[in-house]
Design a protein around this ligand. Structure first.
Ligand SMILES: Nc1nc2c(ncn2[C@@H]2O[C@H](COP(=O)(O)OP(=O)(O)O)[C@@H](O)[C@H]2O)c(=O)[nH]1
Ligand SMILES: [Mg+2]
Ligand SMILES: [Zn+2]
Length: 287
């Protein structure tokens, strides 16, 4: 039998089988030593002494380490317009991470109800649209059908800092979830954080994992090529660069830096690119 791990509870794994049935499984001892199963894993199951046992983990198409989750089709990058403030730097880091792991990113701007149309943050948000990224605005009482359609028939991971509104978004799409948000935690008088384990939850025909948020995103695992190629807006211009392997730093005849000067590429995004490039460069020099 084959299936997909959708939930982990200590040493038990809930597996969604191809016939949509969900079974509780354990990993064979041998399996756990070779590689520990994680949410999203596609696994082979055998029935041994009346128990469902995971005997094989299929090769992962992608694998995020923090949070431990594998084989996702897309990442919803959840960023609040305000409270906490919209951070181009954080969105850029998550976009680079998604590109590095070969996961399609979609930016969801939450708390749009809390800003007005003249707020300067709108410019940052529109820059992502101009760059070619898919952006959806969300807020209290906003229609969620676009997001629902997006997650249909896919395995999706939510990514975003604590307080961005990830759990609230899922609860709005499916009130039955009753995921603990910061608001409800406060009401219960418990600590600030909330989402404890990684699990996929059903939304219509799709599956979405809320996560405790990425701790610190380590971009230095990337190569300079990975970083450069993750910048969607460079692609339109880089064919015009004199050198085919141009990194768009200070090479002569660079069409990308020219586009930045002409405001055809958002300056903030380019500056973050330079920052990340230098971080990678420094790490490489140290070894
Ligand atoms: N006004 C408004 N408040 C929101 C929205 N989304 C989340 N919040 C509030 O922001 C706080 C943090 O939300 P939560 O879902 O716990 O964030 P998480 O840490 O990303 O899961 C809670 O108090 C929510 O009620 C939104 O779209 N509009
Ligand atoms: Mg949460
Ligand atoms: Zn260039």
């Amino acid at each position: 039998m084959q299936g997909r791990i959708i939930k982990l509870i200590s040493n038990q794994y809930e597996v969604l089988l191809e016939n949509q049935e969900i079974v509780k499984t354990i990993a064979s001892g041998k399996m756990r030593i070779i590689q520990s199963p994680r949410a999203g894993d596609i696994v082979t199951i055998e029935v041994r002494e009346g128990k469902h046992v995971i005997v094989e983990i299929k090769e992962r198409l992608n694998d995020l380490n923090r949070p431990p989750i594998a084989n996702v089709d897309q990442m919803l990058i959840v960023m609040s317009a305000v409270d906490p403030d919209f951070s181009v730097s954080l969105v850029d880091q998550m976009l680079v991470m998604a590109a590095y792991h070969n996961i399609d990113p979609i930016i969801i701007v939450t708390k749009d109800d809390l800003i007005d149309p003249s707020d300067p943050v709108n410019e940052d948000i529109n820059d992502y649209i101009k760059s070619g990224y898919q952006v959806i605005r969300s807020g209290k009482a906003y229609d969620t059908s676009e997001i629902e359609a997006l997650v249909a028939n896919k395995f999706t991971v939510l990514s975003g800092q604590s307080g961005a509104g990830k759990s609230t978004l899922l609860n709005r799409i499916n009130p039955e979830f009753e995921i603990r948000t910061q608001e409800t935690s406060k009401a219960l008088g418990r600590g600030k954080h909330t989402t404890r384990h990684v699990e996929f939850m059903p939304i219509g025909t799709g599956w979405v994992a809320d996560t405790p948020g990425f701790s610190k995103i380590d971009l230095t695992v990337l190569s300079k090529e990975d970083l450069r190629d993750s910048m969607l807006e460079f692609k339109k211009f880089s064919e015009g660069c004199r050198f085919r392997d141009c990194y768009h730093i200070n090479e002569p005849g660079c069409a990308v830096t020219k586009a930045v000067e002409n405001n055809e590429i958002p300056r903030k995004r380019y500056n973050n690119y330079l920052k990340h490039y230098n971080e990678i460069d420094d790490t490489r020099k140290r070894y």
